[in-house]
Design a protein around this ligand. Structure first.
Ligand SMILES: Nc1ncnc2c1ncn2[C@@H]1O[C@H](COP(=O)(O)OP(=O)(O)OP(=O)(O)O)[C@@H](O)[C@H]1O
Ligand SMILES: [Mg+2]
Length: 234
């Protein structure tokens, strides 16, 4: 890559952890090497990542979540070396610190909204998973949809279940891939407000990948991959 760029955000008074990356690259097979600018995000920062298809936005989220290990460089979240070689460490980090909203939500089709969120809490080892799952769904205005299966919910409702699942264990790092891809304009605005407010309430760092100018424009801080030599695909 041609020179790393540092994205520094204003310091934040809320508690939480700073997210930093240094010299990050990831090689997919033999042909594709993705390189990324260095990030220095204070706790509670809100950032959007944009860029053309294939420039490595989803791969970056996976690296920040500890789902993938970088080919070079490192990722740190507070005291945790997220890019650590030990899968056990990365797995514990994901389970306890990361809320990840996948583009297609990844809800379990055979489970109700409540059971989907509860399962995530059980996996995270959180106390009182049932009560906390219910509270997370109620906070997102899904109190009347607790026992509906994903196929009985609208797209926007499924998205809110996915968000409830991602935030119910109070993660410090909330990673969201294309939150408005399936939504109309008014629902997209509502989804965005919900994400930012939820992250604010948690004091969590929020990173949102998007193609949507509405989403990108709503964030003061943004990095763009694939242009200006950032995130080059070699
Ligand atoms: N499993 C894989 N094996 C090989 N190459 C891959 C794999 N996953 C991704 N890539 C390559 O890495 C590039 C970046 O993929 P990534 O999914 O991170 O892009 P993206 O910016 O999220 O794209 P989109 O906007 O379409 O979601 C892709 O163009 C593809 O060439
Ligand atoms: Mg993607």
């Amino acid at each position: 890559m041609s020179g790393a760029t540092t994205v520094a955000l204003p310091p934040d008074i809320r508690t939480g952890s700073a997210l930093t990356t240094h010299g990050l690259s990831f090689q997919h097979g033999r042909e594709v090497t993705l390189t990324y600018p260095d990030l220095h995000l204070p706790a509670g920062a809100q950032l959007t990542i944009t860029g053309p298809s294939g420039t490595g936005k989803t791969t970056l989220l996976h690296l920040l979540a500890g789902l993938l290990r970088p080919t070079t460089g490192e990722v740190r979240f507070g005291p945790t070396l997220v890019s650590a070689p030990q899968e056990g460490l990365r797995e514990a980090f994901r389970r306890t610190q990361v809320g990840y909203v996948f583009q297609d939500f990844h809800l379990m089709p055979g489970l109700s909204a409540l059971e989907n969120v509860e399962l995530g809490l059980r996996v995270a080892g959180t106390a009182q998973p049932h009560a906390k799952a219910k509270a997370a769904l109620e906070r997102l205005d899904l109190g009347k949809r607790l026992h509906h299966a994903p196929h009985q919910l609208s797209t926007g409702e499924r998205q809110r279940v996915a968000l409830a699942r991602a935030v119910a264990h109070s993660p410090g790092l909330l990673l969201v891939d294309e939150p408005t891809a399936h939504l109309d304009r008014s629902r997209a605005g509502a989804a965005l407000d919900l994400l930012c407010e939820t992250a604010d309430q948690l004091g969590a760092t929020l990173i949102v990948v998007t193609h949507d100018p509405l989403v990108a424009g709503a964030f003061a801080q943004r990095i763009e991959l694939g242009e200006l030599g950032l995130g080059d695909k070699q």
